[in-house]
Design a protein around this ligand. Sequence first.
Ligand SMILES: [Zn+2]
Length: 462
Amino acid sequence: MDLLHTQLSNIQRQLSFVSVDPINWKLYVQAFSWAVTLFESYLLLRQYPLYSKTEPPPALAGHFDPEVFKKSQAYGKDKAKFALFSGIYKQCIDSLMLHYGFYAWSWNASGSLLARFGYGAEYEILQSIGFVFILFFLSSIPTQPLSIYGTFVLEEKHGFNKTTPSLFVMDLLKSWGLAFVLGSPFLAIFLYIFKWAGDRFVPWLMGFMISFQLIMVIIYPTVIQPMFNKLSPLAAGDLRNRIETLASKLHFPLKHLYEIDGSKRSSHSNAYFFGLPWSKHIVIFDTLIQQSKPEEVEAVLAHELGHWYYLHPTKMMAVSQLHIFTILALFPAFLHAPPLLRSFDFSKAISAQPPTIVAFLLFQMILTPLEAFVSIGMNAISRHFEWEADRFACELQDKLKAEDMHDMGDRLGRALITLHVKNLSTVWVDWLYSAYHHSHPTLTERLKGLESFQSQREKKKM
Ligand SMILES: [Zn+2]
C-alpha cells in the first residue's frame, strides 16, 4: 500500500505545476473538444460517399436482394447526415456553455437554492449533488429535440420506430428519476470518501467503484430493466431445449432464460447474458426470435457463450478498472488547483478552496482528447473478442464432440446476415471510420473469419 502511495505522490509532484501556473485551461478544452468533433466529422465525410454505392460487397452479393441493399444504403445515409449535424450541434452547445461560464453559474445556482432551505456553504456534498443535477438537467434540454427527431422522424421513416410519444416521455421521466435515486447516494459516498480518506483516497475509491458495479449487476436485471421492458421466461419448445442443452454441455450456470419485449420500442434485434459468476441470465430479444430460425438463434447464443468462456466481460472490466485507476491517480494534482477553477470563471473565493466535484468535472473535460484514444483501444480489444467468440462457435463441434453442431459457423453466418438485413446495417465501411467507432468487426470481415475458422478445422482433421 505504501509503495502505491509513494508512486502516486511522485505523479502528483510531476504535475505540481497545475496547482500554481495560470494555464488557460478553458481555451485548451475548447480547442481539443473542437478537434475531436472535427475529426469525427471528417470520419463521417469519409464514410458518406460509400452510401452511394449501388452494389453490395462481392462477398455479400448473394445475400442482399437489391431492394434491401438500397434501403440499407438510404438508412445509412440518413443516419450519417444526422450524426454529422448532431455532433456539431452538441459541440456548439458545449462550447457556448464553456464560454459563458455555465459551470460556475450552476455551482452558484445550487448554492442559492440550498441557502433558501437554510443550508450554507458548509454543506458541500449537498451543494455538489444540486450542482450535478442542475448541470445534467439543463444541459440535456437542448439535446432533447435531437433524440425526438432521431426516434420519431429518422427511425420512423425507415420503419424501425415502435415508440409512442407517451412511452418516450415516460422513459425520459423514469430515467431522470432513476438517475436521481441512484446518482445522489453514489455521489454522496464518492465525495465523502475524498473527505474521509484525504490524500489516500485512490484504493478506497477503487474499492467503492468495484462494489458499486457489482451491486448494479444484481440490481439492473431485477429492478431497473423491468421498469422499461417486460422479461418473460422463454416459452418451452425447440429453442429453449437447444439453449438449455448448450448451456449445460458448456457448464454455463444458467439461472434464467428470458425473452424481452425489445419490439416495444424498436425492431432492432439482439441477445445477451449477464449476472454473477455462479448465476447467469440469458436474454433474447423477441425480434431476434421472430426473425431467425431456432438453430440460428442457438448459434448466436453459442457466440455469446464464447464471450463467457473466454472471460471477456471480466477482462473488459479489468481494463476499465485500470482506466479508472489512471484517472484517479492523475486527479490529486488537479484537486487543489485554484488556477484551474479560475480559468473556468469560478470566483476567487470558491477557487481558493475548490469543491471536489467541480475539480473532478473540470479534470474530466481536460481528459476528453485522451478519452478518444482510450475508446479506440477499447474498440480494438472488443473487436478481437468478437472474433474469438465467433471462432468459439465454429469449434463447438470439436469441443463438445457434438456431431449436430458441425454447421454452427454456417448457422451463425446466416443469423448475422439476417440481423444485418433486418436492421438495415451498413455494409460498406471506411477502415478509419470503423477503427474509431466499431466495437464489432464488419459483416464481411466476420463472414470471412467464419469461413477461415471452418477451413482450418477441416484441415486439422485431415
Ligand atoms: Zn459478441
